[in-house]
Design a protein around this ligand. Structure first.
Ligand code: AP5
Ligand code: ZN
Length: 217
């Protein structure tokens, strides 16, 4: 299956993507995680992305589209993938359409995670992520690690993301509404969108998402 997850910052895309990718045996491709890994490794790509991320802005398409295309071309993604955080504007959605067409592929579903803004703010304020792997995500109250400050998955140190400060979160939400939300209409025209509520327990949201995907199958 080829799936795109959309939703505002803090909706739980990364959290859900981890479970869905495992259930469906497809790789979880998060452009945000790839950028963060590059920043912590000090690569040229990380250097290019860092200032934009810190400001809550999108990393330029010239950097992002090629990176996503390369990742989708890797061996583990040949039969399917779950995209989290890409595409994030109309130009990226159109680029993805072209990449899929060149490969004779198509998307099976676009899942739109809906969550009220007050909840997003609470989720982001409590989020803690792992220094070794930013796809290991916790929440100080809602999904606390067994030992404070320590990743349950790999033992890495947990920290608060650089772009999770309140004013940056506000900027990211504004960018979501102006740049990313329009892709939902783009995919509605392709009849691919299912909107699900991202409220409730993590497992309940996963169940809703799996049901939506089964109906799309
Ligand atoms: P990215 O890393 O993609 O961040 P985002 O889209 O802002 O999304 P988040 O990671 O903030 O939230 P999420 O929805 O994954 O929520 P999570 O599961 O962590 O992008 C970061 C930056 O990178 C961008 O601003 C941009 O600069 C750049 N970038 C990335 N992709 C790009 C692209 N394509 N083009 C250009 N630039 C790009 O959950 C949040 C918290 O809530 C966690 O603490 C979690 O434990 C908790 N939680 C989750 N589910 C629940 C639940 N059901 N109940 C209670 N708590 C929950
Ligand atoms: Zn970890």
């Amino acid at each position: 299956m080829r799936i795109v997850l959309v939703g505002p910052p803090g909706a739980g895309k990364g959290t859900q993507a981890a479970f869905l990718a495992e259930n469906l045996s497809i790789p979880h491709i998060s452009t945000g995680d790839i950028f963060r890994a590059n920043i912590s490794q000090g690569t040229e790509l990380g250097r290019q992305a860092q200032e934009f991320m810190r400001a809550g802005q999108l990393v330029p398409d010239e950097v992002t589209i090629g990176m996503a295309k390369d990742r989708m071309a890797e061996q583990d993604a040949v039969d399917g993938f779950l995209l989290d955080g890409f595409p994030r504007n109309i130009a990226q959605a159109e680029a993805l359409d072209r990449i899929l067409e060149e490969n004779g592929q198509k998307l099976d579903a676009v899942l739109d995670l809906e969550v009220p803004e007050e909840e997003v703010v609470k989720r982001i304020a409590g989020r803690r992520i792992c220094r070794s792997d930013s796809s290991h995500v916790f929440h100080a109250e809602y999904s606390a690690p067994k030992k404070e400050g320590v990743c349950d998955v790999c033992g890495g140190e947990l920290y608060q993301r650089d772009d999770d400060r309140e004013e940056t979160v506000r900027k990211r939400l504004a960018v979501y509404h102006s740049e990313t939300e329009p892709i939902i209409d783009h995919y509605k025209r392709q009849d691919l969108v299912t909107t699900i509520s991202a409220l409730g327990k993590v497992g309940e949201v996963t169940e809703r998402a799996m049901n939506a995907l089964r109906q799309n199958d």
